[in-house]
Write a protein that binds this ligand. Structure first.
Ligand code: IVH
Length: 674
């Protein structure tokens, strides 16, 4: 075997560095910058070089590990058994090679029975049940140690919090570790991104990142608000379970215990059947509820799985057969800044229209200037664009080899392209902003946002009409909407008497009974979307009180960070905004939200927790709060219950002296359920 040249050694080092960076972007930041196909190509090149020059192999090479180390913001969870990855087949030929290898290793003449599952494109998690109760959930992390995301996973609706003991079939094991994929429905994805854009937050590149970003939240309430689902597909350690001979039997048992397994899972005998299954799922792909990026074939017999074993990071008994990415090459005709509601200038690539997966693509957001520079996208460049499902297409990379030397770099203008106002880049921020509050582009976006479904939901007030109203000088801000008359509207182009009347009525309908949170959302305060608006409505109950809140009070609101508090405070300090709100409140009477969960089973009760419970404290606190109760740290006569877990300590004594009833976890569960 030849010695590696200096050039090869450098290439290996570069590949490792790049792969490590991409791993971190994918697994830690949930924001990859290259496509899976490109990642796979880099990975394969590295594996190939390490194969050819074993001297270059190191134990910390990305080929020897899975994913990335867990982020420090979550507690670490060690997996009892490592969470492996899957080897990929890129073509039918490679799939057939896999099948041939399996048959050879097993010395089997007969075709192999496989279980074929769709390869769901989400985030792998492990969930552990002890005596039937959900105890810990973690991400894959680097395969050995993942992140503790228990409170977040608990909010997933199709995940059993307790295992079902079926009347027929095997009872659940004493300890069950099960792995699966957390996914984000494609239908809800576009909606989430629209809401994020409206709140001034960056969109997720695809449903997989949305799943990961939703799960890896420090605040489980955010996770709860997202429609995540979990589909299980492989076991971890199982203690005291039924004797199972096949993967398909395991899937059946998991279903009986309350889980959902991947939809469309099927037994396939031999490679031909796998190829047909791959084609079938590929054809159904666009119609599937979830993003699927290929199929997974697993040898059904568990005994054979054991005999086949695994190599460093993936089992020999399974393979992922991926679909081809939906990519296309096209030219960047121009890069133009687009002005949003808060004045943010977003660079957008105007593309030579091109078909990707049956859809014509003519624009791709470049998000911000950091991104433009990192990818080095220039006007006139040929770029590779990728579309995943319903997702906004994105520029994967520039095909630098196609440059002719006439490409031009894009610079953010110093004057707003719409109003000519000053554009500034705030310190530490990635975004450029037009600071002219009178900017028509901003006015247009604010009005559009106010009328949108998640804000005031004014039927008939769409984008075109907003532009017409502004152009005709009939409105300047949202308060002006309430002064519009049927005559004024009917005089506009493409507007009849009837639609004018309907619109005036739709606007009038928002004068009464508009929930305060919707009104707050509708104001278009930077960083404030639906969720923050509802927290603010709940905390202040009144727009004037919110308007006069100081920054400290604002950052004291649960789940509102200092950054958002600063934005809210600055918004309400602006005299023109205060005037607008005064005018608005003269015509709109919002209704404050009812106090939270008045009817919950623990409404008005104060609880204290002591000792170790079966789930992390946060998760228990969350359940108590969801039932209307409150958890405090110290006991007093006003405490309604002390919840005592294992090793409770001195609080029990104190509770007795104070006459506070002590309940155990089972009793708490009972009260939470009634
Ligand atoms: S089995 C040892 N089954 O693909 C078995 N994985 O590249 C390991 N995935 O980490 C996993 N659908 O995130 C398996 N039906 C499926 C899957 C699946 C999606 C993901 C999972 C895994 C990755 C491996």
């Amino acid at each position: 075997m030849s010695e590696p040249s200096a050039k090869i050694t450098r290439e290996v080092a570069r590949l490792r560095r790049e792969l490590a960076e991409h791993n971190a972007r994918y697994y830690v930041d949930d924001a990859p910058t290259i496509s899976d196909a490109e990642y796979d190509a880099l990975f394969r090149r590295l594996a190939e070089l390490e194969e050819r020059y074993p001297a270059l192999r190191t134990s910390d090479s990305p080929t020897q590990r899975v994913g990335a180390e867990p982020a420090a913001r979550f507690a670490a969870v060690r997996h009892t058994l490592p969470m492996l990855s899957l080897d990929n087949a890129m073509s039918e030929e490679e799939l057939r090679e896999f099948d041939a290898r399996v048959r050879k290793l097993l010395r089997s003449e007969a075709p192999i029975e496989y279980v074929a599952e769709p390869k769901l494109d989400g985030l792998a998690v492990e969930v552990v049940y002890v005596d039937g109760a959900l105890s810990v959930a973690s991400t894959r992390g680097d395969g050995f140690t993942g992140e503790d995301v228990t409170p977040n996973v608990r909010t997933i609706r199709n995940l059993p919090k307790r295992l079902v003991a079926p009347t027929r079939g095997p009872a659940p094991p004493a300890r069950l570790e099960v792995r699966g994929e957390v996914v984000f429905p494609r239908a809800a994805f576009a909606q989430l991104n629209a809401a994020r854009a409206a709140a001034g937050e960056p969109p997720f590149a695809n449903p997989r990142n949305a799943a990961a970003g939703s799960l890896r939240q420090l605040d489980a309430q955010i996770t709860r608000s997202r429609p995540l689902r979990l589909y299980v597909y492989s076991p971890g350690e199982i203690v005291g379970g039924p004797a199972l001979a096949r993967h398909s039997e395991l899937l059946a048992a998991l279903t009986a215990w309350g889980f959902e397994t991947s939809p469309r899972t099927r037994t396939c005998v031999g490679a031909d059947a796998l190829v047909a299954y791959h084609a079938e799922i590929g054809a159904a792909r666009a119609a599937l509820e979830y993003e699927v990026d290929g199929i997974v074939a697993k040898v059904d017999s568990l005994d054979w799985q054991r005999r086949l074993g695994e190599v460093s990071r993936s089992p020999r008994w399974a393979i992922a057969f991926k679909f081809k990415a939906q990519q296309a090459e096209t030219r960047v005709n121009n890069i133009v800044p687009s002005v949003g509601r808060t004045g943010t200038l977003t660079p957008v690539a105007e593309l030579e229209p091109v078909q990707v997966g049956g859809v014509t693509i003519s624009n791709a957001s470049l998000h911000n200037m950091d991104e433009v520079r990192r990818k080095d996208v220039r006007i006139g460049d040929t770029v590779l664009i990728e579309r995943a499902g319903d997702v906004i297409p994105y520029v994967v990379r520039v095909l630098v080899e196609k440059r002719r030397g006439r490409e031009r770099e894009f610079a953010m203008p110093s004057a707003c392209p719409v109003c000519g106002g000053t554009v500034v880049r705030e310190e530490g921020a990635a975004a450029y902003r037009c600071i002219n509050l009178e900017c028509p582009a901003q006015r247009r976006e604010v009005l559009r946002h106010y009328a949108s479904k998640h804000a005031l939901n004014i039927d008939g007030l769409g984008d075109k009409l907003v532009a017409q109203l502004l152009d005709a000088g009939l409105v300047r801000d949202v308060a002006d909407l309430y002064q519009l008359t049927v005559e004024q509207l009917a005089a506009l182009e493409r507007m009849g008497e009837k639609s004018a009347t309907n619109l005036v009525n739709a606007i009038a309908a928002t004068r009464e009974n508009t929930p305060l949170d919707r009104l707050i959302n509708g104001l278009g305060i930077p960083q404030v979307g639906e969720r923050t608006a509802s927290l603010l409505a709940e905390r202040f109950g009144d727009l004037r009180a919110l308007m006069d809140a100081d920054q400290e009070t604002l950052s004291g609101v649960r789940d509102i960070g200092p950054e958002t508090a600063r934005e809210i405070h600055a918004f309400f300090r602006e005299p023109s905004n205060r005037q607008l709100i005064t005018r608005l409140l003269a015509v709109v009477t919002p209704v404050a939200p009812a106090p939270r969960r008045r009817g919950g089973p623990l409404a008005g009760k104060t609880l204290v927790i002591t000792g170790t419970l079966s789930a992390p404290r946060d998760a228990i606190v969350e359940r108590i709060e969801a039932a209307g109760g409150k958890v405090t740290g110290s006991l007093s006569r006003k405490t309604d219950f002390l919840v005592a877990g294992e090793d409770p300590g001195s609080k029990i004594e104190k509770a007795k002296t104070l006459g506070v009833p002590v309940i155990d976890e089972r009793e708490l569960d009972r009260r939470l359920e009634t």
